[in-house]
Write a protein that binds this ligand. Sequence first.
Ligand code: ADP
Length: 360
Amino acid sequence: ENYHAALEENRKLFNEIQELKGNIRVHCRIRPFLPGEDRKSTTIEYVGDDGELIIANPTRKGNEGSKSFKFNKVLGPTASQDEVFKDIQPLIRSVLDGYNVCIFAYGQTGSGKTYTMTGPENATEKEWGVNYRALNDLFHISHNRGDTIMYEFSVQMIEIYNEQIRDLLCSNGPEKKLGILNASQPNGLAVPDATLHPVSSMSDVIQLMRMGLANRAVGSTALNERSSRSHSVVTIHIRGLDLKTGATLRGALHLVDLAGSERVDRSAVTGDRLKEAQHINKSLSALGDVIFSLSQKNAHVPYRNSKLTQVLQTSLGGHAKTLMFVQINPDVSSYSETLSTLKFAERVSGVELGAAKANK
Ligand code: ADP
């Protein structure tokens, strides 16, 4: 019985992987209203089981009608961390077969990117985000496969702020500026100078995440401010040794919490703030361009336009697989940001507006 269940699971996993190759999946997640927010003023009109999302701006009258979007999945405000993870579990497990996988969280500041990727501060196990759940699941599965393949896991964590890379897991503090090797790395490390920490248990992982978080706050007045203006990339490197053949396989899972996508009013900011905004704009549009040109199967993919796309180059395109969580704030005051977030998502999913409608 167990054997058949395992076969069935493998078959599902395989189909899912085939389907994903070269494509990007987009899962839209709507965060719930927080205590104190006015639940009546929402832009969310409809959330379908089939990935349809309709938004509307109730404060505007006249020709500002409802807009419909279609994604691989829409997760409503009551979706639990566990549900969110279950949908992406096959994708995550494919790294054990030697795939490279990127998972992004995109959206305006306050839309739940960090909640999805990491969880709330001092999260309980139930509240764990994708980072913790991924490692927990990989440890578990690899243990079950331990008779045939021996796996080793190691973790890197970097931050990209104003197009500079900092190592967040460097025990002497984060200020090291790192370079990128551009050719495909023999050891698969896109940022070879960033410290690489072997991990084999959740307590290792929790300790490292704490260090990363503490280092992320260094040099900024408030962690929230800093984290909304920088990208953080947690990379899990997998090395598997096939005990029968002696062959080695490598996979990598990149878990990316992107800088806030909100447009900054350029006439209202100057100096550092303007510089930050320009860097964020540049790198998010570079990411959008790379994913879009991959989805269009363009011959030239513009990886070199940002540090973010350079770091992830070997894990975007080719046999790599990509999933983007598109995070939405349900409040009507976020309507225009929500709309531009959804348009970005629609573009990277490679589906034209007209085509999405025609499919329904
Ligand atoms: P971002 O990383 O996009 O700036 P956060 O993840 O910090 O946003 O989320 C903003 C606030 O909303 C935080 O207080 C967070 O705990 C809360 N939040 C976000 N998503 C959820 C959710 N699904 N359930 C409960 N609280 C959430």
